[in-house]
Ligand binder design. Structure first.
Ligand SMILES: C[S@@+](CC[C@H](N)C(=O)[O-])C[C@H]1O[C@@H](n2cnc3c(N)ncnc32)[C@H](O)[C@@H]1O
Length: 202
């Protein structure tokens, strides 16, 4: 998949797509709806999902270099890109029909703040699907989001180790991820929630 900077697989993206478009509860992402990709990097996963769900894509990243590549990768598709911080995006409240964040929130020093910001910009009942890389299971309650489903990522460790071996050959030293696991989490904005107030670190 062109443009990905994570090792997300197509079957994991399939799971994300089914979560975002699931209309059993809340607000499904429908064709023409706005999909926000938080920490979009070079744009691959967001663009793949937007194409699959026929959504309009808004990619957000803090790094201008990544956004320039994302713009190139999405030529000809209804996508726009914004340089912003996922802890305080500057986007209007309740303005997004669905959101994803693949392998970006683990860069956050305050995951609670990032998730509260996601809750603020989602329309009530809309979903955010994101990956977490964690050693101990985090408590995701009380963020203006309701936990819906989780998906484990089998094989992630092997893929990550292969990536690290390749990086080591290039002389790059990467963080030691021994003991960490990756999972995908699907959450829905509470219908009556008014997220706000100071965000405590998780
Ligand atoms: C490992 S890459 C994943 C990119 C993309 N989601 C993918 O799966 O290919 C993580 C991305 O998160 C972005 N990022 C890190 N901290 C951020 C922040 N506070 N706000 C927005 N983007 C951030 C980085 O610039 C980087 O592009």
């Amino acid at each position: 998949m062109g443009g990905a900077t994570s090792d997300v697989t197509l079957s994991e993206l399939d799971w994300c797509a089914s979560q975002l478009s699931d209309g059993r509860s809340g607000l499904p992402l429908r064709p023409g709806g706005l999909l926000l990709d938080l920490g979009c990097g070079r744009g691959g996963p967001g663009l793949w999902l937007a194409r699959r769900l026929k959504a309009v894509l808004l990619g957000l990243d803090i790094a201008p270099e990544a956004l320039a590549l994302a713009r190139e990768h999405s030529r000809g598709y209804p996508a726009s890109y914004l340089q912003a911080d996922f802890h305080a995006t500057g986007l209007p409240g309740a303005s997004v029909d669905g959101a994803i964040s693949i392998d970006a929130f683990w860069h956050s020093s305050n995951l609670g703040a990032a998730l509260r910001e996601s809750a603020r910009i989602l329309k009530p009942g809309a979903r955010v699907v994101f990956s977490l890389v964690e050693r101990d299971r985090l408590d995701l309650h009380g963020l203006g989001l309701e936990l819906l489903e989780e998906h484990s990522c089998p094989g992630w460790r092997e893929r990550r180790e292969a990536f690290q071996r390749g990086a080591a050959r290039l002389g790059l030293v990467l963080a030691d991820l021994t003991g960490f696991q990756r999972r995908l989490v699907s959450m829905q904005r509470e219908r009556c929630a008014t997220p706000g107030g100071p965000a405590a670190p998780l």
